[in-house]
Design a protein around this ligand. Structure first.
Ligand SMILES: Cc1cc2nc3c(=O)[nH]c(=O)nc-3n(C[C@H](O)[C@H](O)[C@H](O)COP(=O)(O)O)c2cc1C
Length: 160
């Protein structure tokens, strides 16, 4: 709860980078979290180099039922790792829930380039985000992400 408003952080994470960023955002804003579970086993996509350009990343997936109903929240903050674009679970979430999203903010984790993921998420959701955040893996390792998350939350605080 933030200023009496309800916030949900929705994210997918395979190797916990996005999870770490999501948890810090949620703690800072007093938000709930919803970690998406992709029903498709992607454990064979061991690394970006082996998996990123696999055709299966482009095909739609199904996700496990959500614990929270997005329509009960004033703001949804969506986080995706870059998997040669937005990861499949996040694409599915946005497609299934875009009419329930009142206000939106976005964050992205990536190894080399955030690509045009923000633009694609804006297009898919048909919403202009209040704030956006891009975190490179090395900024998680060296803890620079903490400052970036604080700035992101401050922007949300000012606009929300
Ligand atoms: C299957 C796969 C594909 C990836 N593709 C890209 C990519 O195209 N560009 C990039 O910059 N990073 C890519 N990465 C790196 C991830 O975006 C980055 O490590 C991210 O922080 C992972 O988030 P997670 O730990 O929450 O799963 C890829 C990683 C995996 C596992």
């Amino acid at each position: 709860m933030f200023n009496n408003k309800k916030i949900l952080v929705v994210y997918y994470s395979r190797h916990n980078n996005t999870h770490r960023v999501a948890e810090l955002i949620a703690r800072t804003l007093g938000a709930k979290t919803e970690r998406l579970i992709d029903k498709k086993d992607r454990s064979h996509l061991l690394s970006w180099f082996k998996g990123a350009f696999d055709e299966e990343l482009k095909t739609p997936t199904t996700i496990q039922p959500l614990k929270n109903n997005p329509k009960n929240f004033d703001l949804i903050i969506i986080g995706t790792p870059i998997w040669d674009g937005i990861c499949p679970a996040i694409k599915t979430f946005i497609k299934q829930n875009k009419t329930k999203i009142k206000k939106l903010a976005l964050f992205i984790t990536f190894g080399a380039s955030p690509e045009n993921a923000q633009y694609i998420m804006e297009k898919l959701s048909n919403k202009k985000p209040l704030a956006t955040l891009e975190v490179q893996d090395r900024q998680i390792d060296n803890k620079e992400y903490i400052k970036k998350v604080k700035e992101f939350c401050k922007i949300i605080n000012n606009k929300f």
